[in-house]
Design a protein around this ligand. Sequence first.
Ligand code: GLV
Ligand code: GLV
Length: 326
Amino acid sequence: MPDVLVTRRMVDAAMAALDGLGTVEVYTGPPTAMPRAELLTRVAGVRGLLTVLTERIDAELLDAAGPDLRIVANHAVGVDNIDIPECTRRGVLVTNTPDVLTEATADLAWALILACVRRVAEGDRFLRAKTPWIWDPRMMLGHDLHGRVLGIVGCGRIGQATARRALGFGMRVVYHNSRPLPPEVAEPLGATWRSFDDLLAESDVVSVHCPLTPDTRHLFGAEAFARMKSSAVLVNTSRGPVVDELALAQALRAGEIFAAGLDVFEREPEVEAELLDLDSVTLLPHLGSATVGTREAMGLLAVQNLAAGLAGSRPRNLLNPEAFTG
Ligand code: GLV
Ligand code: GLV
């Protein structure tokens, strides 16, 4: 029986760091998530589980693992795939990989913002299609960023890093959080709190950085798009289900908003067919933290958390301290 199950192969440095953690099994199947039935079988008796965001960690899985499971170390900052209260009830520690991916994810949010406002991917597709063209003052016009307003929905670490970059583009920042940021955090960003509805009405670019919870599921639906400016852009690098993809496709088609950039999807890895047909949408395959340096740091941090949990010490990124008995 293995001590540790790893549900997706990580970068080499992180795989090497697993040495010394006992018998480690790694899912090496095709480029799909580990089939649920296989996961439920292979998890039996393990003490540590290193997961990625496609694995649902719920009561059924915890039952299949059995009483020896000490820790679930998620190789992600988002933990919407894990039922944390259920883990806590069973004394199973849960960790994530915050901080190390903050800057890379903020960079990617900006890649999408620029792609959307200046039609970067659309222009690339246009040339690849060998469309005849000549420079034209009216061709493929986008929007200015300078002097405009960036609205951050969910202004945590990644939201703040995204806001910081706006200063270099000459933008003003508004944000929506359930609670306003402390002044020492908000002031250097020049960021002002707004209600969700006011942020939608005022922003030229809306960038989403909130976690997926029952409250944020479909936060962006028909009503939200109707409140946005017709020249506005929506970028989502958080979790797909925060945006209602069908409503987004309808809003884009109706000209209610100008463009959207999505790194994450409602039924990932599936992409809503209605979106694939729209030139005003820029799509990326969940690349927020996908840099060489960041993926190494995430993998090493996940392994470090796993090792601490197995050794009975307190992991650095423990999310349910109630489950830690010391
Ligand atoms: C990736 O989406 C993460 O949550 O780290
Ligand atoms: C999300 O958890 C963040 O780091 O902003």
